[in-house]
Design a protein around this ligand. Structure first.
Ligand code: PRP
Length: 184
């Protein structure tokens, strides 16, 4: 049975099952590569809220996994210029820790580049980037993604943490936004 989609939502690109399978595959790769030491998953709010939580639970239970979050914003309309700023910082010292930066989507690459530099300056033992959705057609910065889950077309995508004017983050699937008119 097809999932119900609210008004304004178009084609479903990835179902909840496909997302879950992708998250499991990312966790398998991370578990294989990470050392047997404490790791810190750093999720980027708000988009990576669900991915970070699901990834943490998909990692082997015997791993020592710590969770943290940070929040960033781009000045309105200025994302393509890379004007990213930190709104909320992590709550722990990352020096000497194995850090995995968890992002829902890499688009132009400015956010990942900014956060890569920011976290590298904290002197972690290692720093990896893990992204659910890669939009390669939109990239303006040559930024490295260590673990990418799904490649997707250059469309406005919502669901599983991704929003349009703060709506649709709660949808369990990833879908195209059909119209950008409503703001209720
Ligand atoms: C989205 C996403 C990334 C960023 C990627 O965040 O979560 O952080 O954009 O874009 P870039 O590669 O062009 O920098 P958004 O500003 O929509 O905030 P949100 O996570 O709170 O939805």
């Amino acid at each position: 049975m097809s999932p119900v989609t609210p008004a304004g939502i178009g084609a479903i690109l990835f179902t909840a099952d496909e997302i879950a399978e992708t998250v499991r595959a990312l966790a398998t790769r991370l578990a294989r590569d990470l050392p047997p030491e404490p790791i810190v998953l750093v999720g980027v709010l708000k988009g990576a809220l669900f991915l970070t939580a699901d990834l943490a639970r998909a990692l082997p239970a015997e791993m020592d996994v710590r969770l943290d979050y940070l929040a960033v914003a781009s000045y309105a309309g200025a994302r393509s210029s890379g004007d990213v700023r930190l709104l909320v910082d992590v709550g722990q010292d990352l020096a000497g820790k194995h850090v995995v930066l968890v992002e829902d989507v890499v688009d132009t690459g400015h956010t990942l580049e900014f956060l890569g530099r920011l976290l590298a300056a904290r002197k972690p033992a290692s720093l990896r980037t893990c992204v659910l959705l890669d939009k390669p057609a939109r990239r303006t910065v040559d930024v490295a993604v260590d673990y990418a889950g799904l490649s997707c077309p250059d469309a406005f995508i919502v669901g599983y943490g991704l929003d349009y004017q703060e709506k649709y983050r709660n949808l369990p699937y990833l879908a195209k936004l059909e119209s950008r008119v409503s703001e209720g």
